[in-house]
Ligand binder design. Structure first.
Ligand code: GTP
Ligand code: IMP
Ligand code: MG
Length: 336
């Protein structure tokens, strides 16, 4: 902080939403702003016993004082945006940039109707790829052209940079994961733009010299939805046996799973310029870690695992998830 960019270190679904919501409360962020591709993302947040699935708004809504923004780089589906604003009762604190590109039904139809996209690549079918194609062709509709969005438009880069000038904390929320990046991922099994920290910062109008921290989030094992290589992939049976079975927030597809990949993590740290690491789902691999809030109370094997990650990637693990709830976190930032 004051400005922290949070990104996924593997193939998305690392639990970024839960970490963002924790940080928004803990660090009293005045702004949480989404970068990334668009509503192909699905963040699950468990807050006060209720589970929320967000695809457009930042997961920081759990802090009522945090303003929720969407940067110009992000693709917006107006229907999903307006639904989430209403569901969260966040009308007065939600905004998006007039330059956000708009996903239309034709983009969704093209995505779902394409054997290459929905068949071979296994896209989420949310229209993001075809919408980015129209954006690059400079024919896409923008948020400023949609009357229903009129009351929500704001110059997001100005809001973000002004808040930082005033010394406020700003959280920049990335989506997808490093190896789904169009540039750095396992092409062609990737999403439709770069999603590493530099691009996420650019999505919201934050220049590289104005980024203070880059927090790369890894899950305690690796998951992947859709097609593409996954090192040491487990069978669906073994995945369930280990208790690692997960289902997508957006597509409901079962996520493929593999053990933690230290080489991939080291590369993600390099590509994103990570200053800190968050590890989620430690409780799933080490059940005795469930709900623990202090590092010293974690089981010995869990501490060995964290230590090995730090040794292999040479960046401190500052935040650890010990359960799906926003409060189930070990925060080591004061100790490191
Ligand atoms: P994308 O932007 O789509 O990549 O999503 P994401 O990174 O926000 O992750 P997503 O919410 O899709 O998946 C993570 C899942 O793990 C959710 O169901 C979370 O509730 C859950 N989760 C997050 N952190 C923890 C944790 O520390 N322990 C446990 N048990 N579950 C967690
Ligand atoms: P698209 O982004 O919908 O075009 O999908 C391209 C690839 O990225 C597919 O393998 C999707 O499953 C994957 N993908 C896109 N967004 C996410 C996400 O938020 N979490 C996990 N996988 C994603
Ligand atoms: Mg997800």
């Amino acid at each position: 902080m004051p400005s922290l960019v949070l990104v996924g270190g593997f193939y998305g679904d690392e639990g970024k939403g839960k970490i963002v919501s924790y940080l928004a409360k803990k660090d009293n962020c005045t702004i949480a702003v989404r970068g990334g591709v668009g509503p192909n993302a699905g963040h699950s947040i468990v807050w006060q016993g209720k589970t929320y699935g967000l695809r457009m708004l930042p997961s920081a809504f759990v802090n009522p004082k945090t303003r929720l923004m969407i940067g110009p780089g992000v693709l917006v589906n107006p229907e999903i945006f307006l639904k989430e604003v209403t569901e969260l009762g966040a009308e007065r604190r939600s905004s998006l940039d007039p330059l956000c590109a708009i996903i239309e039904q034709k983009h969704i139809d093209l995505d779902r109707g394409s054997e290459h996209l929905s068949g071979k690549i296994g896209t989420t079918g949310t229209g993001t790829g075809p919408c980015n194609v129209d954006r690059v062709n400079r024919i896409v509709k923008l948020a400023r052209d949609v009357p229903e969005l009129n009351g929500y438009l704001a110059d997001i880069p100005v809001a973000v940079n002004l808040a930082l000038e005033k010394g406020e904390n700003v959280l920049v929320e990335g989506t997808q994961g490093t190896f789904l990046s169009l540039f750095h991922g396992s092409y062609p099994y990737v999403t439709s733009k770069d999603v590493t920290a530099s691009s996420i910062a650019a999505d919201v109008g934050l220049g590289p010299t104005n980024v203070d921290d880059v927090l790369v989030t890894f899950k305690a094992y690796v998951t992947r939805v859709g097609a593409g290589f996954l090192k040491d992939e487990l069978s669906a049976e073994e995945t369930s046996k280990r208790g690692w079975a997960e289902f997508g927030t957006v597509t409901k597809r079962q996520r493929r799973a593999a053990p933690f990949d230290y080489d991939l993590a080291r590369r993600a740290v390099m590509l994103n310029g990570a200053t800190q690491i968050a590890i989620t789902k430690l409780d799933v691999v080490f059940p005795d870690a469930k709900g623990v809030n202090t590092y010293k109370n974690l089981p010995a094997e869990a501490k060995d695992f964290i230590k090995r990650i730090e040794d292999e990637v040479s960046v401190p693990v500052t935040i650890i998830g010990t359960g799906p709830s926003v409060e189930e976190v070990v925060d080591r930032r004061d100790e490191i």
